[in-house]
Design a protein around this ligand. Structure first.
Ligand code: ZN
Length: 459
């Protein structure tokens, strides 16, 4: 009992101090021509989770897992293992029968996999979770779990963002890129990120263009087009930095890749693994209008994605609201500043049309994160923040969001935190409470919101 008590205390302390970031370190050997990926990783700073799975792409074969003292660890999941999405879930065992009470803070794992190379006949499908080799490049996103991703079972969340220090050995890939670190052409390629990111791996026979901290990988565009694209993106970054009074320091990576399924002419596909944006089937020269700008839609698209630099996750049941709604609100503000007024108004009108007949619970009555579905997080949520802005002003709204961004890494942003932050920014309690009642709590919260923003764009 006593030992358990002490252990619990130790783990509670660990949990309190270990808001430390999971880290992955090691080596990757890639043989592009054979589709071979051979990894040797040590994962550290892992949270003391009781219920967890180590998710690893089902095409990877584990050699063994070891402890920091070099002892080979037992693990389960290799026989009759459970596939979830792209990966099989494993967990570590103290011995053949008994698992560890908690995920150890660190362990090492070696594994390798061979993946088909689609060089002539293509596959019938491709998607973000697929490890795709086309004879020229290798693309593996965090969704593929090409590296071990921890699944926190009790909280139903994936820990797929790591800081990393990885050395990549390859003889047939000219350039190696891992998300968040400038692409490397040295041998071996040493890639480091002190910011936690999802590990998108993109290696191959390609070149890249650089402007400041921004990179364009594997795209056949002239330098002028690339410069214009970067200038447009920098304009959005500068806008956020100025409004939120928070520097935008990160670089971004735009990747052109070729899917391993056939694309009809005109079909395009894009996905984001922040701070990377990957595209297939996109002619980059067409992203820029003849006037030398991003068009309205792409401005709003990039504005949303770039705003994730600030809003990239917090804990708690309002997780999706802060992650996506606040981000989309910022994107609307960028659209207001950089696109035609009619586009900005049209977007708000579209959101109202999409959500007005939904049965969304008021934000204050959300009890679980998954109640905030796509429509709620991308359309209703940003409109709520527009109502807030309408009532308290844009400058105050930016100041409050800025303070929330600073708080998010340390605590769950509850509506009470929202209120305290608002009061700290000189909003009167009675005024906040009125807003709370009308827009966040009332049975009529949704219609109040739709009416208020409709009114706003009519003026
Ligand atoms: Zn988003």
């Amino acid at each position: 009992m006593k030992i358990i008590g002490i252990l619990t205390l130790v783990f509670t302390l660990l949990q309190a101090t270990a808001q430390t970031q999971p880290h992955i370190q090691g080596t990757v050997h890639i043989k592009m021509s054979d589709g071979l990926i051979d990894c040797n990783f040590r994962l550290s700073n892992l949270p003391p989770l009781k219920e967890y799975k180590i998710m690893l792409n089902r095409g990877m074969n584990i050699r063994y897992c070891t402890s920091d003292s070099g002892q080979v660890l037992h693990y389960d999941g290799y026989y009759n293992g459970k596939i979830n999405g792209e990966a099989i879930g494993y967990y570590l065992m103290k011995n053949k029968k008994d698992s560890f009470p908690f995920l150890p803070p660190a362990f090492s794992i070696q594994y390798k996999g061979a993946f088909p190379v689609y060089s002539d006949t293509l596959n019938s499908f491709d998607y973000k979770g697929f490890i795709a080799l086309n004879g020229k490049t290798l693309r593996a996103t965090e969704q593929s779990k090409w590296y071990p991703v921890i699944y926190d079972v009790s909280n139903d969340r994936l820990l797929d963002k790591y800081t990393y220090d990885i050395t990549v050995y390859t003889e047939d890939a000219r350039t190696v890129f891992i998300n968040g670190c400038p692409p490397r052409q040295e041998r071996p390629a040493h890639l480091i990120s002190q910011t936690a990111v999802p590990l998108l791996l993109f290696a191959g026979d390609y070149d890249f263009l650089q402007s400041g901290r921004n990179y364009l990988l594997n795209a056949t565009v002239d330098t002028g087009t690339a410069q214009t694209l970067f200038r447009e993106l920098d304009k959005l970054k500068a806008f956020y930095a100025e409004k939120l009074k928070l520097p935008y320091e990160g670089g971004i990576y735009i990747i052109s890749h070729q899917a391993v399924e056939p694309f009809k002419p005109g079909r395009a596909w894009g996905f984001t693994v922040f701070p990377s944006f990957a595209y297939a089937g996109v002619n980059f020269t067409t992203l820029i209008t003849p006037a030398g700008k991003l068009d309205n839609k792409n401005t709003a698209f990039f504005a949303h994605e770039l705003a994730h630099y600030y809003f990239n996750g917090t804990a708690g049941r309002w997780f999706w609201f802060w992650l996506e709604s606040a981000t989309e609100y910022l994107s609307l503000k960028a659209a207001e500043a950089f696109t035609d007024t009619s586009f900005y108004h049209q977007r708000i009108r579209e959101y109202v049309t999409q959500i007005q007949d939904k049965k969304y619970p008021p934000l204050a009555r959300i009890t679980a994160a998954n109640e905030i579905d796509n429509g709620y997080r991308y359309m209703y949520g940003p409109l709520l923040l527009l109502c807030f802005e309408k009532q308290f002003g844009q400058k105050t709204t930016y100041r409050i969001l800025s303070d929330i961004i600073k708080k998010a890494p340390r605590e769950a942003i509850t509506l009470d935190v929202f209120k305290q932050t608002a009061l700290a920014n000189k909003i009167k309690e009675a005024d906040f409470d009125q807003f709370y009642t009308d827009y966040l709590q009332s049975d009529k919260a949704l219609s109040n919101t739709c009416n208020s923003v409709t009114d706003m764009i009519r003026q």
